[in-house]
Design a protein around this ligand. Structure first.
Ligand code: ZN
Ligand code: ZN
Length: 147
């Protein structure tokens, strides 16, 4: 389907405006079709190519990677704080995803692996301590009954 020049110019202007709204800049302004890749400079100065259709869906891959990295650092800090709040430490040095296994250590020195999701959602902490606590309770009750 042939598209008019006026249509493309209009599309180009709206694309440029949307790019500007995201803090970016259109580097090559030759807007040929909705599928032809455009070069865009993002807010942080990275250059990337994407077709007008995909620009706003994917945006800058370098920024995306940076954001992911920052997010992981942020989530790692949250997990680490959470471990400290339980009196333990997060042994693993990086956060990969909510479902990836990380190593934790409780205040008694037990180490185990669990995902952040698991610990947060189930509210569980050291499994060894949990077993000891479960085993400890009936014994004290029995001991109390024997005396
Ligand atoms: Zn970027
Ligand atoms: Zn423990």
């Amino acid at each position: 389907m042939p598209v008019s020049k006026a249509f493309l110019q209009k599309k180009c202007r709206t694309t440029q405006r949307s790019i500007a709204a995201r803090g970016g800049r259109l580097v090559n302004s030759a807007y040929e079709s909705v599928n032809a890749p455009l070069t865009v400079e993002c807010m942080r100065g990275h250059l990337f190519e994407a077709s007008p259709k995909n620009i706003f869906r994917t945006w800058c891959p370098a920024c995306h990677a940076l954001d992911q990295k920052e997010m992981k650092i942020h989530l790692y800090a949250r997990c680490s704080d959470w471990a400290k709040a339980q009196g333990g430490v997060l042994v693993s040095s990086a956060y990969e995803s909510a479902r990836s296994l990380m190593t934790w250590r409780c205040h008694r020195g037990h180490e185990w692996t669990a995902s952040a999701d698991n610990l947060r959602n189930k509210g569980s902490w050291c499994p060894t301590c949990a077993i000891a606590a479960r085993a400890g309770r009936p014994r004290t009750r029995r001991q109390a009954a024997n005396t």
